[in-house]
Design a protein. Structure first.
Length: 133
């Protein structure tokens, strides 16, 4: 199995600090108040986005099984040979590309209620993943 490690820097420290506490942060534009996924660096209205906490509740938009070797055991499915990834729409609006854990894809459907949880791949930084609510 290959390894996966999230790396913090000055611009992501707040995100990883919150994740370590079990809180999910996204970006908010101080000009137009639009919420963006965490990886977004700028809005059409501002180059300076702020971190804001969201509920961690979402609905599943789409998903796929990745048949390549899992990036790490924490992201692997029960068979330890595949992973499940998808796109969720947070209750607050933004869409996020995420790993889905603890789910049987046969029981998933568009609109399935999801909730955030956090894993520490390789014992490193906590990262958000989603599981059925």
């Amino acid at each position: 199995m290959s390894s996966f490690a999230a790396r913090r820097d000055d611009s992501t420290a707040a995100f990883y600090d919150a994740a370590a506490e079990g809180r999910l942060l996204v970006r908010s534009c101080p000009v137009c108040s639009t919420l963006h996924p965490p990886q977004t660096r700028r809005c059409r209205d501002s180059d300076r986005l702020e971190w804001v906490e969201v509920s961690g509740r979402a609905k599943l938009v789409t998903w796929a099984v990745d048949h390549s070797p899992p990036l790490c055991p924490e992201l692997a499915r029960a068979d330890a040979r595949t992973s499940l990834y998808g796109i969720v729409e947070l209750d607050e609006g933004p869409w996020m590309q995420v790993a889905i854990v603890g789910a049987d894809e046969a029981l998933l459907g568009e609109g399935t209620a999801m909730r955030v949880t956090f894993v520490r791949p390789g014992g490193g930084e906590a990262v958000p993943v989603f599981t059925p609510a």
